[in-house]
Design a binder for this molecule. Structure first.
Ligand code: RAM
Length: 342
């Protein structure tokens, strides 16, 4: 008997701290929590997307968790996914730093009963219920080459300044840029894509990559940056070097960050969608998925409150997606009214 009691005390002593640790990590308080993971910190575009997500989640009466690692890597996002699984969140929406590398971690989340979606930068179909796509990828890619052609006057060297080499959204847009060039070879015969550089969505690296482009290609006519961090860095360098009018910058930029460069002429025009709306739409899709009302199959519809009704469609990678809408063109005529909006 004494032995049994001793054994029981020993067991309690061993198991209690373990139990305590589990309770501290998990949140079994009945509160519904929805998480959004962006690529990395220090990106105002990401902050706006997370803000839109939190607005939507809170509007529905739930708790929003928004996270981003310091560096835009898959490894850093995996750590956050692990923490969110331990926290027992109800959904995870992720702007992927890699298309395939997040699959094991996201499948683990799925197996734990968490609804997993991607937004802005897709993860592969096996890792997600559906993807929230900001705008048609083909249209973005083709439009940016057409813009570069227009700015270069039909001839000359152009370069792309991208985010990371693993970013699935930028990579898809670049694929469409190449297709636009290849499929219209005679139109673009005198337009030469000389390099694709990667600024990793880090300001300093994007600045030094822009400087390297100028050094390697003294005759460069246009820089296309399909990233808000890259385009702002390129605008800064062209302005500081006194190259306005000699080299044009275009791509995808935040009006609030690009107003200066659109107004001074270094960026004649550029495109974007509303990042707050991307986050907000993701919030409504994530909650519907967590509640079992959205399975991610083609033809399903759901309401995203102030944004209206959305339909799940087939995505080009074989999975499904939800499209926010068409990108918007910003130029000197309208940048003034948009620079304070986002
Ligand atoms: C950057 C990010 C983001 C992309 C925008 C256009 O802020 O890379 O993923 O959608 O640019």
């Amino acid at each position: 008997m004494k032995k049994t009691i001793m054994l029981m005390i020993a067991l309690v002593l061993i198991l209690a701290p373990a139990g305590f640790l589990m309770a501290a990590g998990a949140e079994d308080d009945g509160v519904e929590r929805h998480a959004f993971i962006f690529k990395n910190t220090g990106n105002p575009y990401g902050d706006k997307q997370m803000q839109g997500f939190a607005d939507g989640i809170e509007e529905m009466g739930f708790e929003a968790i928004t996270r981003a690692p310091d560096q835009p890597t898959a490894e850093a996002q995996i750590q956050i996914i692990e923490q969110l699984i331990a926290q027992k969140v109800d959904s995870i929406s992720i702007t992927g730093n890699d298309y395939d590398a997040l699959e094991p971690a996201l499948k683990k989340a799925k197996d734990a009963g968490i609804a997993v979606l991607s937004a802005d930068s897709a993860v592969n179909p096996a890792s997600r219920i559906t993807h929230i796509n900001q705008a048609d990828s083909e249209m973005i890619g083709r439009t940016l080459i057409q813009a570069a052609y227009d700015m270069a006057g039909g001839a000359g060297e152009i370069a792309i300044l991208s985010a990371t080499s693993q970013a699935s959204n930028q990579n898809l847009w670049i694929e469409w840029m190449k297709k636009e060039l290849e499929e219209n070879a005679s139109k673009y015969a005198d337009l030469k894509l000389v390099r694709i550089a990667y600024g990793d969505d880090l300001r300093d690296k994007s600045v030094s990559e822009t400087e390297a482009l100028l050094q390697s290609f003294p005759n460069l006519k246009v820089i296309i940056a399909p990233t808000t961090v890259g385009i702002a860095a390129a605008g800064r360098v062209i302005t500081d070097r006194g190259l306005i009018g000699q080299i044009d910058v275009t791509g995808l930029g935040l009006p609030s960050e690009m107003a200066e460069y659109i107004e001074n002429g270094s960026c004649p025009y550029m495109f974007l969608w509303n990042p707050i709306d991307v986050g907000y739409l993701t919030a409504y899709a994530a909650v519907a998925a967590a509640h079992g009302e959205l399975k991610g199959t083609v033809g399903e519809t759901f309401s995203a409150s102030r944004l209206g009704e959305f339909t799940v469609v087939k995505a080009s990678d074989g999975g499904t997606e939800v499209l926010l809408g068409a990108p918007f063109k910003f130029d000197p005529s309208n940048i003034g009214e948009w620079k304070t909006v986002y």
